[in-house]
Write a protein that binds this ligand. Structure first.
Ligand code: KG4
Ligand code: ZN
Length: 358
């Protein structure tokens, strides 16, 4: 007996994490499967993309007008290995070259999340690499660290996706205070529902955005919502008014002026988003403002927020367009800062569909 013992996976992961944190170069391989994108990416030091592969399932779901959870899970199972292989190939790396692995464990569709979590737990155990569990929303916020190397906390961030509309204060990496949130629909969800009224294919947000470019934003006035909190949002009133107006026109036999309606709806949602985000940033004296999530790809949102941030003298940051919607690079970035704090996931890690950021 020489006193040495075989380390368990967890002991080995913790020891490796300690060592990795002191390394000059840390490369993390991340997998994202929370909704309808199967994505894998390798990011260096939380800021530089080495490779980024996104397999979109949109074509599989478009037929049904929205994401079908069972189809999403099956498609993730089939695509996981392929996107990981592609990401490694694109980076010119082997699995062993990655310092750590990361995976989204929530929020999202339970079956979709489970495929990713199971895949990465298996891979971590087989390759004996530390695994980092990442909150999808934290991933969206972290996309800003990749597109804006100079951005560091603290800042205020507007997070607007298909499932979330939050204003958060990013106090530090992984440390958030909730300033406001939607009381009903998320902004992306509202865009998708309005698009359905205009019979535009799924996903509706980008379609409304494109159509709106040629329309009159003042064609119709939609209600400006009252909300309980100063920085809260509400989109259901706008959505109902929009639907009622469309029904009325159809009953009168009027063809829907789709571009004007899209422009009016986009203007109503974006004005609310910009107003509250700027208010929150000003009143909390934020040194900077950032945006994140699928809806932050919206052209009007990007233009209006830039104008208002300039007027308020607040530096504005946003992710590049391809990092606004779901991807795994943002997950690898968030994972880096978790790893730097020594946060390693156990092999008992499970999917948490309703995981919260704060
Ligand atoms: O962040 P994301 O890719 O997935 C979630 O985490 O939900 O966001 C998807 C949402 C969808 O509702 C989609 O319609 C919306 O973002 N979206 C947009 C635009 N691009 C994506 N909404 C408005 N304008 C866009 N250009
Ligand atoms: Zn997302």
């Amino acid at each position: 007996m020489n006193g040495s013992k075989t380390l368990t996976y967890t002991e080995s992961a913790l020891a490796q994490a300690e060592r990795i944190r002191k390394q000059e170069r840390v490369r993390i391989l991340a997998l994202e499967t929370s909704c309808d994108e199967t994505a894998a990416s390798i990011v260096e030091n939380g800021r530089t993309i080495v490779s980024n592969v996104v397999f979109s399932q949109i074509d599989l779901h478009a037929l049904y007008g929205g994401v079908v959870p069972e189809i999403a899970s099956r498609a993730h199972v089939e695509a996981c290995d392929r996107v990981i292989d592609e990401a490694l190939k694109e980076a010119g790396m082997d699995l062993q070259d990655a310092d750590a692995l990361a995976v989204t464990h929530g929020p999202g569709l339970v079956g979709a999340l489970l495929t990713g979590v199971s895949c990465m737990k298996g891979l971590s155990y087989a390759a004996n690499k530390p695994l980092i569990a990442v909150n999808h929303i934290e991933g969206h916020v972290s996309a800003n660290y990749i597109s804006n190397p100079e951005l560091t906390p603290p800042f205020v961030c507007l997070v607007v996706s298909g499932g979330h509309s939050h204003i958060v204060r990013v106090n530090d990496y992984g440390d958030y205070t909730l300033l406001g949130q939607t009381t009903d629909d998320a902004a992306g969800e509202a865009f998708d529902k309005a698009a359905r009224v205009l019979t535009l294919p799924y996903p509706g947000g980008p379609r409304i955005d494109a159509l709106a470019e040629a329309g009159d934003p003042h064609f119709m006035q939609l209600p400006h919502p009252h909300t309980p909190g100063r920085y809260d949002y509400s989109f259901s009133g706008m959505k109902t008014a929009f639907l009622n107006a469309a029904n009325k026109m159809e009953m009168m036999g009027t063809a829907l002026p789709k571009a004007d309606m899209a422009a009016s709806f986009r203007y109503a949602v974006v004005s609310a988003l910009v107003e509250k985000a700027i208010l929150a940033a000003r009143e909390t004296e934020a040194p900077a403002l950032a945006m994140a999530g699928g809806v932050s790809a919206n052209r009007l949102l990007r233009r209006m927020m830039q104008e208002e941030a300039d007027k308020a003298g607040i530096p504005l940051y946003m992710p590049k367009l391809n990092l606004c919607t779901d991807n795994a690079a943002m997950i690898a970035s968030a994972a880096y800062y978790r790893l730097m704090k020594g946060e390693i996931a156990p092999l008992t890690l499970n999917a948490t569909p309703a995981l919260r950021l704060v």
